[in-house]
Structure formats: C-alpha cells, structure tokens
Design a binder for this molecule. Structure first.
Ligand SMILES: *[C@@H]1O[C@H](CO)[C@@H](O)[C@H](O)[C@H]1NC(C)=O
Ligand SMILES: *[C@@H]1O[C@H](CO)[C@@H](O)[C@H](O)[C@H]1NC(C)=O
Ligand SMILES: *[C@@H]1O[C@H](CO)[C@@H](O)[C@H](O)[C@H]1NC(C)=O
Length: 468
C-alpha cells in the first residue's frame, strides 16, 4: 500500500507493504530502520527547496510583508528553454491558495520574491501531467507572449525540476488509465486578484470581456483552446497607475484545436464542474467546440452575478439555483454526469434570466440576451418557433455562438455606456439560508488521480460576506 505524506513543499512517499508482524517478518521495524539510515534523496526530500540566509529572509520579509514566525523557503526555478542555465531563486512563505485535499496534483500558488531582480512576482508549484499531446504551461505563456496576445500574464520563467524524485513512477496497468506527473514551477510577472473581488459590476463584466478576448486570440492565433474557464481563472489586475485590466490564467489543461476531439487525448472532459457546458456534462464523449468554452464564460458571468450582485431572489431560491443548476451531479464517482438542470435552464431562455430577478438593469439585459441565444442551442421555444417560420434565421441564430464575435460584440455593447452602470456596486455576497455552504467544487479533469471524488471537494468560500 503506498503511503503518501505531503508537506508544504516536500512529498514523502513510502512503499509500505501491508505487514503481518510476526517474529519471522519484522517488516515494520526494518522499514523504520532503513528510513532512519536513508539519505535525503531516498526520503524524497525536495533538494530544490532550501532555507534562505538571514539576510535573504529579512529582505524577502520586507518585500512580501511576511512577519515572523511564518517560515520562508527558497525555491529554485529551472528554465525549460535553456537547460544549461542556473536556476533562478525565489523566496516565498505559505501558499496563498491551500487545498483541503493536498494529494493529487494539488497546485500551490505563491506570491514570491525574486531576489536577483528585487521584484515581487507570482509562482505556481505544480505536478503537471506528462503526455505527448500536452504542452507545459510555460510554453503556452511564452508562445502567447510572442504572438502578442492580450490579457495574459507576463511570463518570467518555467521548468521541470530535475531529479528522479521529481517525476512519479509510471506503470500503466491494463484498463487503468494512469498518468505520469512531473514536478514543475512557473513564474509570472503579473499578479491578479479574484474576479469575485470586483469593485463595480462594470469592472466584473469588463474582466469577462478581456479574458474572452484572450481566449479568442489564442484560438485564432495559436489554435489553442483553454478548456477550464472558471470563476477562479479570471483575475482582475491593476497596474501601477491604477489602470484596470484582467488576465486569463491556468492554461495547464488547454488543448490544441486539432487534438481537441482525438479519441486518444490524455485529457478527456476537463474544467471546473460548475462552469462546464451542459452539453459536455450530460455527455462526456460529446465533441468539444469553442461554443462550450463560450458557454463556460456565460456560467461564470451568471454565477458571479446571482451570487454577488443585488437580486430579489430569496436566499432559498438562490441556494437551490446554485445546487441544482451548477452543482448537480449524479452517476458514479468515476463516471459522474450532470448538467440536466443547467441545460433546461438555458433552454428556458429569457424565462430563466427573469427568474434571477437581477436588480442591475445592465446585468439583466446582458444575461437575458445571452440566455436567449444560448437557449437556441438547447432547443428553446425561440428555436422551435424560428425553425418553423424561418429555417435560415435559425442558422444565423446558431452561428452566433460558433465563434467569439457575437458574444464579444454583445458584451462590448452593454459595457459601452459606462455612465449608465452603477458607480460603486462592489461585490457583496447575497445571503444564503443559514448553515449553507456554497459549493466550490474544483473538478479539474476526468484524468485527475486520487482527488476526483467530487463530494470531497466541497469547501466554503464565503467568509464574512466576501468571497476569498
Ligand atoms: C542515496 O541513497 C541511494 C540508495 O542507497 C543511493 O542510490 C543514492 O545515490 C544516494 N544519494 C545520494 C545523493 O547520496
Ligand atoms: C471588449 O473586447 C473587445 C475586443 O475583443 C474590445 O474591442 C472592446 O473595446 C472591449 N470593451 C471594453 C469596454 O473594454
Ligand atoms: C488511438 O489509440 C489506439 C490504441 O493505441 C490506436 O489503435 C488508434 O489508432 C489510435 N487512434 C488515433 C486516431 O490515433
């Protein structure tokens, strides 16, 4: 039985056979005896993480605003593009996003101090999936930068961490899909804050517009589709002059358009449950298209809108909507299905958007228009009536969502009259029935090992009225 123990930056893995302790088989004693004599490498210490010197630590504490006794660590980040180069050194404390379940390829994100450049940047420490059809995330950033794609974080450095311990053993068994993981660190210049921390609804919709533009440009210029549009992956940024912007992050599960629907792709259905299109939730084998990611943008917009902007929906109705439309899940843990109510809600078109009872007229107008058009894809009344009256018009209606243009135009149009938007309607969590937690199920991919029991991944993200 493999036994894993994950510390913040160090994974210890022991192979511990189920033992029967008899005088003939003192395996447990022998195991501890061997462990006691083993060197750091055998104990799976991560030699790329070390302790900073007192001078480095004090400089980093000052720049990161980290007080004692929080421990600081020194991380070596290697450069995939230049394997001869010395690693660059970054200092960080606790990751700012901790996961309730640290096994699996749990990713930790840090605000970190780049010693040699004297800058505060972002670092992601992750175990990426190694597969011939997947590209390391740093390469995506590097290619995006070369293609001058807007609204993507500025790339600094990324690379695999060398060493035998930094790669998982790979023993594919018959019928057991298994993935090999490689320890990887990525550093980005741009630091953002969560979409849910918006200071006005205009800013929130503007972030959707920006990140959808990034999505459009990577599809058109690089033929890559993101595949994990979620509320956590749209970040708001602010430059030193206070100019607002936003970035689309987390490109580690993106796929080239060409391989999107290959039967042999390493990643099948990916995304974050709440925001995956109803079509893909209902049928994991359905071919994926750009329309699915566009629909995910609509779910992000709607989810944030009903949760964090004024609505006349009762707390009970809001809770039920979140539970039924977004979190609904059935089937088996290995083969979960969902999306029925999400699809029905889209098919109801404008009737659904009216049920959200949004008090912000601009947001209502936007959600209403989008629901009417997405509804056509799910066989709404509008679709059925138009089909009878004007088959050409139905084509035009469906074509709107085959690429980004119509949806971007619609959003830009609603945003254009900035003065007509409320001036200071910052994010404020609508109340939910007492004791109810908002599920924030982070199901990244069907191929994710260990951590795929969706019901374990519920955690509360509402604290003191603000989403953190
Ligand atoms: C650690 O011990 C293992 C097993 O005895 C050995 O193969 C390896 O070379 C040692 N590593 C170092 C860095 O001494
Ligand atoms: C929304 O994005 C489009 C490009 O995709 C851009 O032309 C437009 O200016 C953006 N709107 C706003 C308000 O930033
Ligand atoms: C997918 O993999 C199977 C088994 O390895 C192979 O027979 C088949 O040709 C592959 N299909 C494609 C489209 O590459």
């Amino acid at each position: 039985m493999p036994m894993h123990r994950w510390l913040h930056n160090i994974a210890l893995t022991y192979s511990l056979s189920l033992y029967v302790q008899t005088s003939d088989a003192p395996y447990l004693q022998e195991f501890f005896w061997r462990l006691d004599y083993a060197n750091d490498s055998t104990r799976r210490w991560d030699a790329s993480v070390t302790e900073p010197t007192p001078e480095e630590a004090s400089q980093a504490r000052h720049r990161l605003g980290k007080e004692e006794p929080e421990l600081l660590f020194k991380f070596a980040v290697y450069d995939d593009l230049n394997s001869d180069a010395e690693p660059k050194i970054f200092i960080a404390g606790e990751p700012f996003e901790s996961h309730a379940y640290p096994t699996g390829h749990a990713t930790r994100c840090f605000i970190t101090y780049h010693i040699s450049e004297d800058r505060v940047v972002f670092m992601k420490d992750t175990w990426r999936i190694v597969a011939s059809d997947l590209v390391a995330e740093g390469r995506i950033y590097q290619r995006s930068q070369e293609a001058k794609i807007l609204h993507i974080a500025e790339f600094v450095i990324a690379g695999d961490i060398p060493g035998q311990n930094q790669k998982t053993f790979f023993q594919p068994h018959k019928g057991l899909p298994q993935k090999q993981h490689q320890h990887y660190r990525l550093v980005l210049e741009t630091i953002g804050r969560p979409l849910a921390s918006f200071r006005s609804s205009w800013e929130m919709v503007n972030a959707i517009n920006d990140t959808m533009t990034a999505h459009q440009q990577t599809v058109e210029k690089l033929q890559i589709m993101h595949q994990d549009i979620s509320v956590g992956n749209v970040l708001i940024t602010e430059d030193t002059n206070g100019k607002l912007g936003s970035i689309l992050v987390d490109w580690d599960l993106c796929q080239s358009l060409e391989k999107l629907n290959d039967e042999n792709t390493s990643i099948k259905r990916t995304g974050t449950w709440e925001f995956i299109s109803a079509k893909v939730l209902l049928d994991p084998t359905a071919p994926r298209t750009v329309t699915d990611d566009l629909e995910s943008f609509l779910h992000v917009l709607t989810w944030v809108t009903i949760l964090l902007t004024p609505t006349e929906m009762s707390p009970q109705t809001l809770a039920a909507t979140l539970r039924i439309c977004y979190s609904g899940i059935w089937g088996t843990p290995d083969d979960p299905i969902g999306g029925m109510s999400k699809g029905t809600s889209l098919a109801a078109g404008r009737m659904s958007s009216r049920m959200f009872r949004l008090l912000n007229p601009k947001l209502h107008q936007l959600v209403d228009t989008l629901y009417a058009t997405f509804g056509a894809w799910y066989g709404s009344d509008l679709y059925v009536i138009t089909l009878e009256e004007d088959p050409l018009a139905i084509q035009e209606l469906l074509d709107r969502l085959r690429d980004h243009k119509w949806m971007l135009d619609t959003i830009t149009n609603v945003l254009s009259d900035a003065d007509a938007w409320p001036a200071d309607d910052r994010s404020h969590a609508n109340s939910l029935p007492k004791g109810r937690e908002i599920p924030n199920r982070k199901r990244k991919s069907d191929s994710e090992p260990e951590s795929s029991r969706p019901s374990q991944k519920v955690r509360s993200i509402v604290e003191e009225g603000a989403i953190v």
